[in-house]
Design a protein around this ligand. Structure first.
Ligand code: ASP
Length: 601
């Protein structure tokens, strides 16, 4: 291969095949850099030694495909290139075959400067020739293999499930495939293998996994793809711990394949703790947590400062932001206040409190509490303190949500963390396991209030088991908002990498959950009757999880987008620019599929 040869090979006669990365013509001497997936080797054509090969090399251009045969020779001392693994040697070519020519490419795979993304996606085959992309896909392959090896060694069977199926319960929009044979009927592409993997447990396979493609017809926010790949698994007779251990194990194997030694087990917290401490269900642990300052703000102080009694007062520190000037501080305060709009929240200007004799002790107490939460004796002037207070009249609930203040302040924590990222440096890459802060979030709520439809939806999916205590206490009907699910997420640096749950394995409980989601028994039967039937034939307790492979590889590659690690991705408008899909169907195809296009006017 073009990346293999070293000084030890000097004297050997070799044949290399690859692409012309660059060509330099010095008259009697022509240099072709040959590239393949393993690297680059310099080939030299000397007119005096091999006039025929030299003449052919004159016509070679960038991206031509060639084969050279020649002798590995040592480069002159001052010609060695320590930046190239093959930089000690070159090939003195005796024979050149031009295997194929190439049009002048719209951008050169040899250049570091990257063409705009539309051009890259249209000419994806050229884009994928770039070293960086070749490395991303080599990494992806190693990661997938490491995961497979780990899971197989843990006793998992890899089993494929269908792409052409019926609607699955992930809650996104389905991609439908019209049936030719059954006029007016459609298959749905699976949003996940969820029902099938549960049925595999009913069938006694005990431990299933699949590196599975999933399809969801969602509006493509920044980093989503209509089809993506999950590492999907399911275990019979599990404890939550067994699922966590296996997931940590395959993640450690995947990261090892990317050169990172993770330490396990990961931190765990409940959903409630995540909201109270980070204001979000996917905490970014690279920044310090929020701190409740409610106790420090006594009723008298609240009255004096016009703060609502009994609502939480939260503060947080972004360390190492650098001291802000008076003007910068005021600007920041007014920006944040403007961002709050009229929700009732306000900021406490701690620096100003400090200059006022009455409130200076309060400012000190706040600093001390925040310092203690960071485990330091005192904060430095470079640490940015933010304290959020509810004004008089601030509502305790917002859209049925009593935790909205935590979430709003958590969002501000992330906003400020991002705004000052260059200064605090906590998101900077060190290339070690320190860059990756994993956390398990457990005990998610079972239901989620849907303001649009004014209904309770399943927060995960409707096969997730509620906490036994909440079933016993009758909360499924009396207090849906308080029902906890045996559901968990794995979170990395503030991104959800995957989620899963212990499932319902009893038919009566499953039927009750469908009812609690507003489905009549007839509707439940219509959509999931086959599954309810299956549950009735001896279903073991089971549970599982699914993690996004694309995101794992993206993080390991240090790539900025999922499209860098998916060979043939779609644009944000769900278009494949290379093959130009989707396309209209021909009239004959439509006829066969019993479809007519109703064009919107
Ligand atoms: N099917 C779920 C998902 O794709 C994961 C799971 O519950 O295992 O999010």
């Amino acid at each position: 291969m073009c990346g293999d040869l070293r000084a030890a090979n000097v004297g050997e006669t070799v044949t290399l095949m690859g692409w012309v990365n660059r060509r330099r013509d010095h008259g009697d001497l022509i240099f072709l850099d040959l590239r393949d997936r393993s690297g680059i080797t310099q080939a030299v054509f000397d007119k005096g030694l091999s006039p025929v090969a030299h003449a052919k090399a004159e016509s070679a251009r960038s991206e031509y495909v060639v084969a050279v045969t020649g002798q590995v020779i040592s480069r002159d001392f001052d010609m060695k290139n320590p930046a190239m693994p093959t930089g000690d040697i070159e090939i003195a070519v005796g024979e050149l075959l031009l295997l194929n020519d190439a049009r002048t490419p719209p951008f050169s795979p040899a250049e570091d400067a990257i063409a705009n993304e539309e051009v890259r996606l249209k000419y994806r085959y050229l884009d994928l020739r770039r070293t960086e992309m070749q490395e991303n896909f080599a990494l992806r392959s190693r990661v997938a293999m490491a995961i497979r090896n780990y899971l197989v060694a843990e006793g998992f069977l890899e089993i494929e499930t269908p792409f052409m199926t019926r609607s699955t319960p992930e809650g996104a929009r389905d991609y439908l495939v019209p049936s030719r044979i059954h006029a007016g009927s459609f298959y749905a592409l699976p949003q996940s293998p969820q029902i099938f993997k549960q049925i595999l447990m009913i069938s006694g396979f005990d431990r299933y996994f699949q590196i599975a493609r999933c399809f969801r017809d969602e509006d493509l926010r920044a980093d989503r793809q209509p089809e993506f790949t999950q590492i999907d698994l399911e275990i019979s007779f599990p404890q939550m711990d067994s699922i966590f251990r296996v997931t940590e194990g395959f993640l450690a194997a995947a990261f090892a394949a990317g050169g990172i030694a993770l330490s396990t087990p990961f931190v765990r917290m409940t959903y409630d703790e995540a909201i109270r401490n980070y204001g979000i269900d996917k905490p970014d642990m690279r920044l310090p947590a929020m701190v409740s300052l409610s106790n420090i703000l006594t009723p008298e102080l609240r009255t004096a400062l016009k703060i609502e009694q009994s609502l939480p007062i939260l503060g947080f520190v972004i360390p190492g932001v650098g001291e802000l000037s008076g003007t910068e501080r005021k600007k920041l305060l007014s920006e944040v206040r403007a961002g709050f709009g009229d929700c009732g929240l306000d900021l406490l200007d701690v620096a100003r409190l400090r200059t006022n004799a009455t409130f200076a002790p309060l400012a000190d107490a706040i600093s001390a509490a925040l310092a203690a939460s960071l485990g330091v004796l005192a904060l430095s002037a470079a640490d940015l303190i933010t304290v959020v207070t509810p004004k008089l009249g601030t509502p305790a609930r917002w859209n049925h949500d009593p935790q909205w203040i935590y979430k709003r302040v958590g969002a501000l924590r992330l906003e400020l963390g991002a705004k000052f990222a260059d200064k605090h440096g906590r998101f900077a890459k060190t290339g070690t396991a320190d860059d990756f802060k994993f956390v398990w979030v457990t005990d998610f709520p079972m239901y989620e209030w849907n303001e649009e439809t004014k209904t309770w939806d399943a927060a995960h999916h409707p096969f997730t088991s509620p906490h036994e205590d909440d079933i016993q206490a009758g909360r499924l009907t009396s207090d849906k908002g308080a029902v906890r699910a045996l559901a968990y997420d794995i979170v990395l640096n503030g991104n959800e990498l995957g989620s899963g749950s212990i499932r319902i394995h009893r038919k009566d409980v499953q039927a009750e959950i469908f009812r609690s989601l507003g489905m009549t028994d007839e509707e439940a039967h219509e959509r999931f009757g086959f599954f309810l039937d299956a549950l009735a034939y001896g279903t073991p307790p089971h549970g599982g999880i699914a993690l996004g492979l694309d995101r794992i590889v993206m993080v390991l590659a240090g790539a900025a987008s999922l499209r860098e690690v998916i060979a043939f991705p779609k644009t944000a408008r769900a278009i494949d620019l290379m093959v130009d899909a989707p396309t209209p169907a021909t009239p004959q195809q439509l006829r066969e599929l019993h479809l007519r296009i109703a064009t919107r006017s």
